[in-house]
Design a protein around this ligand. Structure first.
Ligand code: SF4
Length: 161
């Protein structure tokens, strides 16, 4: 996939912390391409939830996204205390599951499933459509995630229209 900017003016994204207030490109780790379409307001805390909602709105509006390794512009709002990713960009904490390598392996798997690569810059709405089309369910993909049951409930809602 190429960078498909179409010349439209787009608002910068206020992440409310982390790396400044007006990023033009949202830095996103790949597995969040599965989480964002299934996000219904539940998360690791208020700041994290706000970051998820902002990322979703920004992407749905066609904001540009860069796929990155490790902590991204959502992780920086995670309230969990150390251990955090060694050398992490923000020095913020990570949920326990994020310090085990499980999340990084999930990131790599999602890239393969979506046929994408780290470093890609693409419109958020294009990436979300691709995610929904290529991974209609996370049932077999996200085994081990504490939010899996909730995400499967969201998918059930999709199926029921
Ligand atoms: S199960 Fe976990 S990793 Fe998978 S989409 Fe849901 S929140 Fe994201």
């Amino acid at each position: 996939m190429a960078d498909m900017t179409d010349g439209e003016e787009r608002e910068g994204m206020d992440m409310g912390g982390g790396r400044g207030m007006d990023a033009d490109v949202l830095r996103l780790r790949p597995h969040h391409l599965l989480c964002i379409p299934r996000y219904v307001g539940e998360g690791y805390g208020e700041d994290f939830n706000r970051a998820m909602a902002r990322a979703r709105d920004f992407m749905e509006a066609g904001g540009m996204v860069e796929l990155v390794r490790g902590e991204d512009d959502i992780c920086c709002s995670c309230p969990h205390a150390p251990p955090h990713t060694p050398g992490g960009r923000y020095g913020s904490g990570s949920a326990e599951i994020c310090s085990t390598g499980w999340v990084s392996r999930l990131d790599d798997l999602v890239l393969r499933l979506l046929a994408l690569e780290y470093g890609l810059v693409e419109r958020g709405d294009v990436l979300l459509s691709r995610s929904r089309a290529r991974v209609p369910t996370v049932k077999e993909v996200c085994v081990g995630c504490p939010w899996l049951e909730l995400c499967l409930q969201v998918e059930k809602g999709w199926a029921e229209g």
